[in-house]
Structure formats: structure tokens, C-alpha cells
Design a protein around this ligand. Structure first.
Ligand code: NAD
Length: 319
């Protein structure tokens, strides 16, 4: 059997919960996809979400929205995996990780069985470890399977800097690197406001004195965002939905966008055999290239620390 040809701009979303459904809604509004298919173990949930989304069709750009089955992987151009299960009471993080890893492996088996040529974007947490699980299990290339990584965290970072400086968030260029989680790091050395480095901006606006404390607070706000939002409303879904639209648009529109997705490193930044986020060029073939940025010594060390935290999780998974 020859591999399936993909249907242009068909996006399959696995997991129709808070993240999957919000992403579907944002993607429909973006006009980037021709076909959006939702798959969930809970078939009624998928059908309910599809019905609700479809009733907005008179007001979206043209798009078909359907519930589907594993067969839909066959001709998908992009598959976005948000399927997962929440932590059960008394369950450790490692138990949860093992359960989500087996969900991802099951989905990858189905994708492979359908001879799919889709680009696979993993979103389920812990996203870096599960991206690595999907890669190992499928033996696909690192360009074809990657994680949503810190695209969301980088958006949060840009937002908090823009609020602090009173500058349009679109003119703030800033990246969070490493794990999508507690060991992530802010790449201050790459941060600029319309081309003016953050250090220069701080100096020329007389902000040097408070900056060491404020910059740390901004990063803490980024890192703790998910905890706060989950505490208040039970899940994060809107910003991650937009971040996923950004990633999927880069693939569907072949735009060579620089995004901090979670990629398997092969020597870049002195790191090997670990998935974490660094700036990558994303196009119709997935990750085209990993960019090697000129990080400060401290940032380079923090990236290595993040990699060692992730390697521990990977080792735990294999026990
Ligand atoms: P949710 O519980 O609302 O939805 C998950 C859905 O997955 C459920 O509807 C469930 O039925 C479905 N599911 C479980 N196993 C399945 C399988 N084998 N096949 C198909 N569907 C299956 O959870 P959510 O709030 O939507 O979050 C989903 C995941 O996304 C979580 O792991 C969450 O931590 C993660 N997340 C990641 C980011 C990021 O930036 N990477 C941001 C937010 C949330």
C-alpha cells in the first residue's frame, strides 16, 4: 500500500476537550484550514463540539467541520494531538506521564497504520517528553513530529513585557526557551522592542535600577500563568488555541515562520537526544531548520539545566 496523499489544508484535532475545541474554533475563524476534523474517545463530546462549531458556519470563512475516526489521519495535512487525561486523585506525575505516553503511542500507531504523511504537532502535557515519546515510537524524522513547546509561553512573555513597557505586543520580540514547564528560561539576550534590545531600551528610559527585580517578576508571571489560570478557571484554552493556529498556519501557508516549538536536538546548543524549545523555522514540511541563537553564558547554562530536567523525566518513563 502506498502512503496516503494528504488533502490540502485538512487538519485533524485529536482530543475535543477544552484545548482541542478552542483551537478548532480559532482555526475556523482564521480561514487557514479547508477541513477541520475532531476525534475524541468520547464520541458524543466530539459530535457535540462539531455541531456547536458548525452552527457558526454562516459567519466563518468557508470550512468544513466534522467529527472523525482514525481513518481521517490518512489524508490529513496536519494532525494536532491534544488528547490526554487529567491527573487522578492519588496519582503521581509520573503515573500520569505514563498514562499520557501510552495514549500518545496508541494515537501514533493509528496514524502510522493509516499511512499518513501528516505533520504531527503534540500539545498534550508534558509536551516535551511526549513529543520525544511520539518520535521514538514512530521513528519519524524530527521535522515531521514536534511539540507546541513554548510558543504559548513566548506569547505570554511578549504580553507581559508589552504591558510593562507600554508598547504594542506585536512590536515586542521575545522568546521563552527550554522545557514548557518549570525549568523554562527567558532569552533576554534575544529580546527587543522594534529592534532596540531590551537592555538598551531599559538604559535609555532610566529603568536600570528596578529592572533586575522587574525582569525577574515578569518571568515569574510567565512561568506561573498556567497555574494561576487553572486555579481560577480549571484549564487554559484561549491563548493556547491561538498559539496552535499560529503553528498550523505556518505549516498550511508554508510561511517559514520562526517559532519556539519543541524539537529533538541533534547537537545544536551542545545538546543531543532531547526535545525542548528553541527557535525553529516552520514550513509545510514541519521543522525546516533549527536556529542556533547566540545565547548568553547564563542562558546557555539554564538551557542545559532544562535539558537535564527533561532527561530525568524521560528516564523515569523508561523505569
Ligand atoms: P481535556 O480533558 O478537556 O480534553 C482532553 C480530551 O482528550 C478529552 O476530551 C478526552 O476524552 C480526550 N482523550 C483522551 N484520550 C484520548 C484518546 N486516546 N484519543 C482521543 N481522545 C482522547 O483537557 P484539555 O484542557 O483540552 O487539555 C488537553 C491537553 O493539553 C492536556 O495534556 C493539557 O495539559 C495540554 N495543554 C498543553 C498546552 C501547551 O502549551 N502545550 C497548553 C494547555 C494545555
Amino acid at each position: 500500500m502506498s502512503p496516503n496523499r494528504s488533502t490540502p489544508r485538512k487538519v485533524v484535532i485529536v482530543g475535543a476537550g477544552a484545548v482541542g475545541a478552542t483551537f478548532a474554533y480559532a482555526l475556523a475563524q482564521s480561514g487557514a484550514a479547508n477541513q477541520i476534523t475532531l476525534i475524541d474517545n468520547n464520541e458524543k463530546l466530539a459530535e457535540g463540539q462539531v455541531a456547536d462549531l458548525s452552527h457558526g458556519l454562516p459567519y466563518y470563512p468557508s470550512v468544513s467541520i466534522e467529527s472523525g475516526t482514525a481513518k481521517d489521519y490518512g489524508d490529513a495535512q496536519v494532525i494536532v494531538i491534544t488528547a490526554g487525561s487529567a491527573q487522578r486523585s492519588g496519582e503521581t506525575r509520573l503515573d500520569l506521564l505514563k498514562r499520557n505516553a501510552s495514549i500518545i503511542e496508541g494515537i501514533m500507531d493509528d496514524i502510522i497504520e493509516q499511512q499518513s504523511r501528516a505533520i504531527v504537532v503534540v500539545v498534550t502535557n508534558p509536551v516535551d517528553v511526549l513529543t520525544q515519546v511520539a518520535l521514538r515510537h514512530s521513528r519519524w524524522s524530527r521535522g515531521h513530529i514536534f511539540g507546541s513547546g513554548t510558543v504559548l509561553d513566548s506569547a505570554r512573555f511578549r504580553y507581559f513585557i508589552s504591558q510593562e513597557m507600554g508598547i504594542d505586543v506585536k512590536s515586542v520580540h521575545a522568546y521563552i526557551l527550554g522545557e514548557h514547564g518549570d525549568s523554562e528560561l527567558p532569552a533576554w539576550s534575544l529580546t527587543n522592542l522594534g529592534g532596540v534590545s531590551i537592555q538598551q531600551y531599559v538604559a535609555s528610559n532610566g529603568l536600570q535600577e528596578q529592572w533586575p527585580k522587574r525582569s525577574q517578576e515578569i518571568f515569574e508571571d510567565v512561568k506561573n500563568s498556567a497555574y494561576h489560570i487553572i486555579d481560577y478557571k480549571g484549564a487554559t484554552n484561549f491563548a493556547v488555541g491561538q498559539a496552535l493556529v499560529r503553528i498550523v498556519q505556518a505549516i498550511l501557508r508554508d510561511s517559514n515562520s520562526v517559532l519556539t516549538v519543541s524539537v529533538m536536538l541533534k547537537g545544536e546548543y551542545g545538546l543531543e537526544d532531547i526535545c525542548l524549545s528553541v527557535p525553529c523555522i516552520v514550513s509545510k514540511d514541519g521543522i525546516e531548520r533549527v536556529l542556533v541563537a547566540n545565547l548568553s553564558e547564563a542562558e546557555q547554562q539554564a538551557l542545559h539545566h532544562s535539558a537535564s530536567v527533561l532527561k530525568e523525566s524521560m528516564a523515569g518513563l523508561q523505569e
